[in-house]
Design a protein around this ligand. Structure first.
Ligand code: CAP
Ligand code: MG
Length: 432
């Protein structure tokens, strides 16, 4: 749910409109109390995440309690769901680390709760407007790449580590000339002894230019700038200075502060967000922080592309969880069908493009496009370089599978006239 959509109207329709203000920030939690009532545990969560602590304090006064005390306005005992409304003045506008230190801080460790999961956040207008959001967003990316309707296709250079700069650039060249739009570094490739960042960027952009000339298509390279913040800005500047258009960053290991610094530097580079490490707190459905919440925070700060899961791939993340980034689970609030939360209308905040990746191969393309629509990036590591005939054939097979889905021709039938696809399906199979 978000400021501009359902939940606030639904709460109003349930006559709860007066229990929070349009200016409030609202959190939805899954809460299992520990040997106390859910009401008591909810009160502890509300206080610890705002102004209070475990006992009443002499330093508290009526003014603070009246203006800043949060309101637990919804408790669903059957489903262990609670909702808390927080006064917007509890938060520093434009400071995401502070906001999360409040509503996603100490509360997870309190002994008053057995399990606690932050399922969703609804940000008020004042906070939304205090962030930049994506510089390019979906429209900007489609303008840069010239790709109007179909999903963007890309590969991750594999093996993750071990190739030197020239070998890396050659793999990229094969993928691009095979028809893929994007080549990215893997999440753990930064600047290694055997593969230095600056040299890799130079070599790979050289191959990009060659592939663009030969194919007449726009080709994208996403170098991984993940590093200490100042070093990261230096590397982003190097990419820009050498003709790069994109950078990728591991948003959770670098942290929200570093991400804000990169976005606020406004270098005119498309920001691709990898979520390495997310499952440490998104996977447990009873405790931690949902991917939906992570996605909203990342969009607000300003990532143009974000990994959200692949449904038909190797990672956990069920169809409903990934699609939930499009639909509300609790209150059954449905946005426009087929619209991800990353694409919802949020005042000045542009939509972020969803990235599906992880164990994908041509046999999974039609079902994935059917579920997620065309406004996605599909990334293939093993699904490209694992092709029996190598990277270029793998790339060709991926584009052939996309074409078969767009033309609504079954993969098996389409493969009869497309040998690269046939070879891929023989190895990886078809996902129905
Ligand atoms: C995929 C990948 C990505 C994952 C991240 C990997 O490679 O490069 O990092 O997709 O997961 O290292 O596993 P394969 P998620 O295509 O070879 O699987 O997108 O779920 O964040
Ligand atoms: Mg990876």
């Amino acid at each position: 749910f978000q400021a501009e959509d359902g939940i606030r109207d639904v709460e109003r329709s349930r006559g709860l409109g007066d229990v929070y203000k349009r200016q409030d920030l609202i959190c939805e939690f899954y809460l299992e109390p520990n040997k106390i009532t859910i009401e008591k545990a909810a009160a502890h969560v509300a206080l610890e995440s705002s102004i209070g602590t475990w006992t009443d304090i002499a330093t508290m006064n009526k003014r603070i309690a009246k203006t800043l005390k949060p309101n637990v306005f919804y408790i669903n005992k059957k489903k262990n769901i609670i909702k808390i409304a927080y006064n917007e003045n509890l938060f520093e506008k434009g400071n995401m680390p502070e906001i999360l230190s409040s509503i996603a801080g100490n509360i997870f460790g309190m002994s008053a709760v057995k399990n606690l999961r932050l399922i969703d956040i609804s940000f008020p207008k004042s906070i939304i407007k205090s962030f930049k959001g994506p510089r390019f967003g979906i429209k900007g990316i489609r303008k840069i790449t010239g790709i109007k309707n179909r999903p963007l296709t890309g590969t991750i250079v594999k093996p993750k580590l071990g190739l030197n700069e020239k070998e890396h650039a050659k793999v990229a060249y094969d993928a691009w000339t095979g028809g893929l739009d994007i080549v990215k570094d893997d999440e753990n490739l930064t600047s290694m002894k055997f593969n230095r960042f600056n040299k890799r960027v130079i070599e790979t952009l050289k191959m990009r230019d060659k592939a663009e000339k030969e194919t007449g298509q726009v080709k994208i390279y996403m170098p991984n700038i993940t590093a200490e913040t100042n070093e990261m800005l230096k590397r982003a500047g190097f990419v820009k200075a050498n003709g790069g258009r994109y950078v990728m960053i591991d948003i959770l290991t670098t942290g929200w502060s570093a991400l804000q610094t990169l976005r606020n530097a406004d270098l005119g580079l498309v920001i691709h967000a990898h979520r390495a490490g997310h499952a440490a707190f998104t996977r447990n459905e009873k405790h931690g922080i949902s991917m939906l919440t992570i996605a909203k925070v990342a969009r607000l700060i300003g990532v143009d592309q974000l990994h959200i899961g692949a449904i038909v791939g190797k990672m956990t993340g069920t169809k409903s969880e990934v699609k939930d980034i499009g639909e509300d689970i609790e209150d059954n609030i449905i946005h426009e069908k087929g619209t991800h939360v990353l694409e919802q209308k949020w005042y000045n905040i542009k939509p972020t493009l969803a990235v599906c990746s992880g164990g994908l191969h041509p046999g999974g393309i039609p079902p994935l496009m059917k579920i997620m629509g065309n406004n996605i990036v599909m990334q293939f590591g093993g699904g490209c370089h694992g092709h029996p005939d190598g990277t270029k054939a793998g790339a060709i097979a991926i584009r052939q599978a996309v074409d078969s889905a767009i033309k609504k021709i079954p993969l098996k039938t389409y493969a009869k006239g497309h040998k690269e696809l046939k070879r891929a399906l023989d190895k990886f199979g078809i996902i129905s």
